[in-house]
Design a protein. Structure first.
Length: 80
């Protein structure tokens, strides 16, 4: 890296590239993500089969499942 910096300085190069109109990078936080989990192979296969059957991505199917279970306000379902 030192050789590259020396080369750039000798040749009057201040930047290797120029970026304009770029968006600020925002790192994802773990607060808006579900951590990886482990469960039985049977459940994983059933989940994948349902996603393929409905032609959804795994993310879409999981989002729908979570919305059905936790996304409703005033959920009076006591079976949980």
């Amino acid at each position: 890296m030192a050789k590259l910096n020396t080369f750039l300085e000798k040749n009057g190069i201040k930047e290797l590239s120029s970026f304009s109109n770029t968006k600020e990078f925002k790192k994802r936080t773990s607060k808006d993500m579900i951590p990886n989990t482990f469960c039985s192979k049977y459940l994983v296969n059933k989940f994948r089969e349902e996603a393929e059957e409905k032609r959804w991505s795994y993310t879409t199917l999981m989002t729908i499942i979570l919305e059905e279970r936790y996304g409703k306000e005033n959920n009076n379902n006591e079976d949980d």
